[in-house]
Design a protein around this ligand. Structure first.
Ligand SMILES: [Zn+2]
Ligand SMILES: [Zn+2]
Length: 267
């Protein structure tokens, strides 16, 4: 009986994965509606061939022009540091994440884009995100005095093994592979995530930091072998607890400077 229900579940899982693959192909080759607003794409112009209309694309909340010098959060034009960076400085605590470079602010159309892509598994949105992220990152890297994205190694925050299994794909991994292929990024995977602990998004702000402690380790061949400067990459940054724990482990293994890059930041 147990064996039969296991088989039934496995079959359902495989069928769901096949159905999602077919849906992705259809949305890439013959997109009918905008995945963000539902408008018919035959009547509206698209962007980069993605199943997204131009109006939604222009409505995305991008990072603001004036950012906190400590963490990259939006601030008023005449302000240098945001409130939390000011507090860190007064408490003399280190800023482990360095400058946080976020392509989008997680709200309105941008939050629909991210949740549709990640939670709704609309993989047809990945190529659009790769182009947006690649252009954004290349511009940031050049303005910091580097020639290209290949100059600083990229280290992704590993997803929870159970999330990857449940989804059947790895959303941040999809983006870093695109960055490697189209923008020459050098991506390394020195971090390993343990399966223990609760899902971060189910916890309140104060419990997230405690829950994530000790969740990451360094793969043996990378111990004390990491470059001095790296880009730490994640898809969504909420409290920063997960990224901060990764930064702590990286810094304990030879990294001197971390540049945090995320697709969207929740403010
Ligand atoms: Zn739209
Ligand atoms: Zn700040």
């Amino acid at each position: 009986m147990r064996c039969r229900s296991y088989l039934w579940l496995t079959n359902r899982f495989v069928a769901l994965r096949i159905w999602r693959r077919v849906r992705t192909l259809k949305e890439i080759i013959f997109p009918e509606t905008c995945l963000l607003c539902g408008a018919e794409l035959s009547t509206r112009p698209r962007v980069f061939g993605a199943p997204v209309c131009r109006r939604c694309f222009l409505n995305l909340d991008r990072s603001p022009q004036t950012e906190c010098a400590g963490c990259g959060a939006p601030v008023a034009p005449d302000i240098d540091l945001c409130l939390s960076c000011n507090n860190l400085r007064e408490l003399q605590q280190p800023n482990l994440l360095g400058q946080i470079n976020s392509l989008l602010i997680y709200r309105n159309t941008a939050s629909r884009l991210i949740s549709s892509w990640k939670i709704g598994s609309r993989r047809a949105l990945s190529p659009l995100l790769v182009v947006m992220l690649g252009e954004f990152l290349s511009a940031r890297i050049r303005s910091a005095g580097y020639a290209s994205l290949s100059d600083i190694p990229v280290i992704p925050v590993p997803a929870r093994p159970t999330s990857r299994l449940r989804r059947g794909w790895d959303p941040p991994g999809c983006l870093t592979r695109g960055l490697e292929r189209h923008y020459g990024a050098r991506v390394f995977h020195p971090l390993r995530r343990r399966g223990k602990g609760h899902q971060q998004k189910s916890l309140g702000r104060e419990h997230r930091f405690a829950n994530i402690q000790g969740a990451f380790t360094i793969r043996r061949r990378f111990i004390n072998q990491l470059p001095p400067k790296v880009i730490l990459f994640d898809d969504v940054l909420t409290t920063g607890a997960t990224a901060e724990e990764c930064a702590r482990v990286l810094r304990n293994n030879g990294v001197k400077e971390v540049i945090t890059v995320v697709v969207a930041r929740d403010l």
